[in-house]
Design a binder for this molecule. Structure first.
Ligand code: C2E
Ligand code: CA
Ligand code: CA
Length: 708
């Protein structure tokens, strides 16, 4: 069977081996034989040797590029017949022009839509065969042209009459009576918006003696649109005056529609159906160019859902997807009604919503009078996102952080505006704000952070980290009952860096695993050293990060630390926060139980700031609650905070947990806590965190205070 139709040979010339592999795979699947050449010269000689039916030619190649190769093989004997399909960079009209000058039959833009390639090659071969047949027989030509949906025309300049093949009438949906021989009559059936394209091309052909290639739309009598590709050129008489023009018209509607479908896939996010980040950037670039002329203000909003990961981790990815789709649909609804939200005098407020990826969405607001006009929309979005979501029966409450960059003040191009909106979002998150307008200081802050990060990386040698110790004091006896180890980084350049500045960086970079393990070991050996010196040191609590607790080897790292003591009295406790446990409750409980069994006390730090988890509190193997210093700080002036402190103390009592108030700075606070029957306190009132050398003196002082 297959011997009836000889397999057609495609020569693929590209220096990029990946492209060749992909082209081969695609074409062979389409039933073609494929040969490859990896540069222009090899391409020309392969052409001579193999006589392929069609050549796929890359433009950018070392030594002899595609233009050169194309020109060279056109000069070979028989080289003028085979179609040459050039692969050019996207939208580069210059190289497309050059490709045609070098004799290319057609071009295809990179990145190549692979599913289209086989169709393009087939179509070119078909069209090419039609052209070859033309030379042989008029009858066969007409047929071939019908198959290729290719028509031809000839315009006699002297008589100003156009002769057209049948296929043109078929494409136009008109009879020869309906489409007169006057050249102008053809222009009348062209879509009005596209007429200048043809006029310009004809002008160039006649006066600059250039052949032309154009795509335009034809409107059929029933209103249907056909997209056609026209090639034309002028032929001159002996006196070098235009004698006639000839051209072909091909119906490429199906091809264009297929391309359009592929484009859709490339421009839209499949999960939410929203435009994707590429579309957004495109749209933003256009808006920026337009805004430069009209002085309108643009706002770029970058929305990031807070703690989205938690949904994925606890409810599964399907719930996460559902949530993203629901957020997308809520945002779409708000923005559809945007005129009402951000109306300006001309009423031209407009918006463009896209999914940036992950849990990030971007919104472009245009037609604003002033930057602050975006605030109304932002509030509306935040309000909508904070309405509870129902994910297959799970009611969940979300929040989002929105960063806003404004054109022209915050950037003059799409990249910068997006980057700055991102910086603002990041800032909003860090400051626990709902939204934040960009300001140039944010990048400075980010740079500072980067500098710190690189210094930290160099500080990897653990000797730059130091533990300070802050006593916990019994409120009734005044005795020091515990120590909290607080880390400092002794940066050779700037001196002691506070924990809040570098712990988050250690967490982000994962270095906290190593440094945190060191801190536990350091605390255990310090405890042992004090014992060896004849002191009776209190237990030492080390703060543990989320990043450490999450790891599978966390229990092992605690074991390794207490092993240093070489006896059961290792003195090690840990402090963790409520939200850390909630991240993965069951796994956390398992690990904490193992650690508790090793004789390690576990306090819940910053208690009161996490989301309420009373249900789990009873299941946790914990020993103490630490009331967050924010409540303690204001308790004497803020009745609400006083109530919280008192509730936590009662709660601890009920659960038989020890309760410690942190951040006690005044005598008044201490008295209140004593009245509320809090067990212990910690804070500057008694002592700031101090170096190990200063601890013995503090222990003695605590003892004396109790005695006196
Ligand atoms: P935290 O565990 O809540 O520690 C209490 C913070 O309050 C400490 O800040 C402490 O110096 C400070 N503080 C103590 N008394 C008072 C007071 O009376 N008034 C005020 N205003 N502040 C007081 P620091 O040392 O800067 O540590 C900040 C946070 O960094 C800690 O919060 C803890 O979450 C984290 N951190 C510190 N050391 C480590 C560590 O070794 N590992 C890990 N993972 N985190 C650590
Ligand atoms: Ca702590
Ligand atoms: Ca705390």
């Amino acid at each position: 069977m297959s011997t009836l139709i000889p397999t057609q040979l495609v020569l693929v010339v590209d220096d990029d081996s990946m492209m060749r592999v992909l082209a081969r795979a695609t074409l062979e699947q389409g039933g073609f034989a494929v040969e490859e050449a990896n540069d222009g010269h090899a391409g020309v000689s392969a052409f001579e040797r193999l006589r392929p039916d069609i050549v796929l030619l890359d433009v950018l190649m070392p030594v002899l590029d595609g233009f050169g190769a194309c020109a060279a093989l056109r000069k070979l004997e028989g080289g003028d017949h085979a179609p040459v399909l050039m692969m050019t960079a996207l939208d580069d009209s210059d190289s497309i022009n050059r490709a045609y000058e070098a004799g290319a039959t057609d071009f295809i833009t990179k990145p190549i839509a692979w599913p289209m390639l086989v169709h393009r090659v087939r179509y070119l071969l078909r069209a090419n065969r039609a052209f070859l047949d033309l030379a042989q027989s008029e009858a066969r030509l007409a047929n071939a042209q019908r198959i290729a949906q290719l028509g031809h025309w000839e315009w006699n300049v002297a008589t100003d009459q156009v002769r057209r093949s049948d296929e043109i009438y078929r494409i136009a949906g008109r009879t020869p009576e309906q489409l007169s021989a006057a050249p102008k009559s053809f222009l009348d059936i062209v879509h009005p918006d596209d007429r200048p394209i043809i006029e310009d091309a004809l002008y160039a052909a006649l006066y600059q003696q250039q052949p032309y290639n154009v795509d335009f739309r034809i409107v059929r009598p029933d209103g249907a649109i056909r997209i056609v590709h026209e090639q034309g050129e002028v032929h001159y008489d002996g006196a070098r005056k235009p004698a006639h023009m000839r051209g072909t018209i091909q119906d490429i509607t199906e091809r264009k529609r297929a391309e359009e479908r592929i484009r859709q896939l490339a421009l839209y996010d499949s999960l939410t159906g929203l435009p994707n980040r590429h579309s957004f950037k495109d749209q933003l670039s256009h808006a920026v160019a337009r805004a430069g002329r009209t002085n309108e203000v643009l706002a770029i909003l970058l929305l990031d859902l807070d703690r989205f990961k938690r949904i994925n981790d606890t409810l599964g990815h399907e719930a996460g997807d559902l949530l993203l789709r629901e957020v997308a649909s809520r945002l779409t609804k708000i923005l559809r009604n945007m005129d009402y939200l951000a109306r300006n005098d001309s009423g031209e407020a407009n918006s463009f919503l896209a999914r940036q990826g992950g849990d990030e969405f971007t919104v472009l607001l245009g037609g604003l009078k002033q930057a602050q006009d975006a605030t109304k929309v932002v509030h509306r979005i935040l309000e909508e996102v904070s309405r509870p979501f129902d994910l297959d029966g799970n009611q969940i409450v979300m929040s989002a952080s929105i960063g806003i960059a404004v054109h022209p003040v915050d950037g003059n191009d799409a990249d910068n505006l997006l980057k700055n909106a991102g910086a603002a979002t990041h800032y909003a998150k860090q400051q626990s704000k709902n939204y934040q307008y960009y300001n140039s200081g944010m990048n400075a802050a980010a740079l500072e952070k980067l500098a710190l990060e690189s210094k930290l990386r160099n500080a990897r040698g653990l000797e730059q980290f130091v533990l300070f110790y802050q006593p916990k004091v019994d409120l009734s006896t005044g005795r020091v009952t515990g120590l909290e180890a607080l880390m400092r980084w002794n940066d050779p350049g700037t001196g002691l860096v506070p924990a809040v500045q570098f712990i988050p960086l250690l967490e982000e970079t994962g270095m906290i695993v190593e440094v945190g393990a060191w801190a536990m070991k350091r605390a255990v050996s310090q405890y042992a050293a004090w014992q060896a010196a004849g002191l009776q040191p209190p237990r030492i609590a080390v703060n543990v990060s989320q990043v450490q607790l999450k790891r599978n080897d966390f229990v092992t790292s605690v074991q390794q630390a207490i092993a240093i003591a070489g006896k059961p009295d290792h003195g090690l406790d840990i402090e963790i926060t409520e939200s850390m446990i909630m991240e993965d409750i069951e796994a956390s409980i398992e690990k904490l139980k193992l650690i508790r069994a090793l004789g390690v006390g576990i306090s819940i730090d910053d208690f009161g700031t996490g989301y309420s988890s009373l249900r789990y509190l009873t299941r946790l193997p914990i020993t103490a609650l630490k009331i967050d210093l924010a409540f303690v700080r204001d308790m004497t002036t803020n009745a609400n905070n006083m109530a919280i402190v008192s509730t936590i103390i009662t709660l601890a009592r009920t659960l038989k947990l020890k309760v410690i108030a942190e951040g006690v700075e005044t005598e008044e606070q201490r008295k209140f806590l004593q009245l509320l029957k809090c067990d212990e306190f910690q804070g500057y009132l008694f002592s700031k965190p101090v170096l190990a050398e200063q601890v013995p003196a503090l222990l003695a002082r605590g003892g004396k205070a109790a005695a006196g």
